[in-house]
Design a binder for this molecule. Structure first.
Ligand SMILES: C[S@@+](CC[C@H](N)C(=O)[O-])C[C@H]1O[C@@H](n2cnc3c(N)ncnc32)[C@H](O)[C@@H]1O
Length: 314
């Protein structure tokens, strides 16, 4: 089997094309590089665990592509959505699919240990699940605590020296309550913003109209939600996407949480999926502000004596 980077780069470029808009291409490419590196250092096939595996696109494609390096029979996908998991099991019959809540420590304790744990677009759902009906929005401190507990659970599933790949939302740096002024390019975009404000559920979005209806002021926190989530307006996915806050931790908070769990970060990438699209729809009037990087990709290792000798992901 060809294992040089050129082959795999080409393989993934073509294989991941249909997933381009789902945002997880970067995570899969990084995990693929990691699997190839770890396999060189391991005397047995690698065991993978994905928490919140959904239909298995991430863990399934990784196992398919690296079937000689990974042990599919002892790799596991966990999800509490029975329908998604059934599809995962159908598409990747060799994979052990476990239906349940990955924030349940008893469930995790029964899974075993893994060389690689994947958390791809999963922890923001744990954050969003902490919606408080009394507050009328997410109870942010409680939600962050639940996220950290889930991260601790994931770290606990690692073999000593095992790796964790996390891909999810990123809260931009600075004061989330800082106000910025934006200008909609036309009235249709302005109307979509109105629909977003009315229908977005996890946090109350507030704004103030200035200089006519095409210009509004809102907090940095709300702006980040607007550009991340309103892309789903009018689509079937909106029904679930409108219930979730994709962002929860800033870079500083991720780094602190990983350190507390004994996870040493080797790569921390911030990225945006929306930059190009938004430039044609909304202009940021406040100087010093730009479209934020709203995604993060982290590769971390449970603290062990020997750091890897090779850089993993370009
Ligand atoms: C956005 S999907 C991502 C699926 C997959 N990781 C991927 O990228 O294709 C998030 C998944 O996490 C699952 N999920 C969220 N919180 C969960 C929890 N506490 N326990 C189990 N599954 C959870 C959801 O059911 C959903 O399938």
């Amino acid at each position: 089997m060809p294992e040089n980077d050129d082959f795999w780069d080409f393989y993934w470029e073509t294989r991941l094309l249909p997933m381009e808009n789902l945002g997880k291409r970067a995570a899969i490419l990084a995990a693929s590089g990691l699997i190839r590196l770890l396999a060189q250092q391991s005397d047995h096939p690698l065991r993978l665990l994905e928490l919140g595996c959904g239909e298995g696109q991430v863990i399934g494609t990784l196992l398919d592509a690296h079937f000689q390096l990974c042990a599919i029979q002892t790799s596991v996908g966990v999800d509490y959505n029975a329908q998604s998991l059934a599809r995962c099991q159908r598409d990747y019959p060799g994979l052990r699919c476990v239906e349940g809540d990955f924030t349940d420590s008893d469930l995790l304790a029964g899974l075993g240990k893994f060389e690689l744990v994947l958390l791809v677009n999963a922890l923001h759902e744990v954050f969003s699940d902490s919606f408080s009906p009394e507050l009328g929005e997410i109870d942010v401190p409680a939600a962050k605590h639940r996220v950290e507990q889930a991260l601790a659970g994931a770290a606990g599933c690692l073999e000593p020296g095992g790796w964790l790949v996390l891909f999810d939302g990123l809260e931009p740096p600075g004061d989330p309550h800082q106000i910025l002024r934006i200008r909609f390019r036309d009235y249709q975009v302005r109307q979509e913003f109105e629909n977003f404000v009315e229908q977005y559920h996890p946090l109350r979005i507030t704004y103030r109209e200035v200089e006519g209806s095409l210009c509004v002021e809102l907090s940095q926190r709300d702006f980040t939600r607007y550009i991340t989530k309103s892309i789903f307006l009018g689509k079937q996915l909106w029904e679930t996407e409108r219930l979730q806050s994709y962002q929860y931790f800033t870079e500083e908070e991720y780094r602190a949480a990983f350190a507390r769990q004994g996870l040493e970060i080797f790569e921390f990438h911030t990225l945006t999926m929306n930059d190009e699209k938004w430039r044609y729809r909304v202009e940021i009037d406040t100087s010093g502000f730009k479209f934020p990087d709203e995604h993060v990709l982290i590769l971390a290792r449970q603290v062990a004596s020997h750091p890897p000798s090779t850089r993993l992901h370009g």
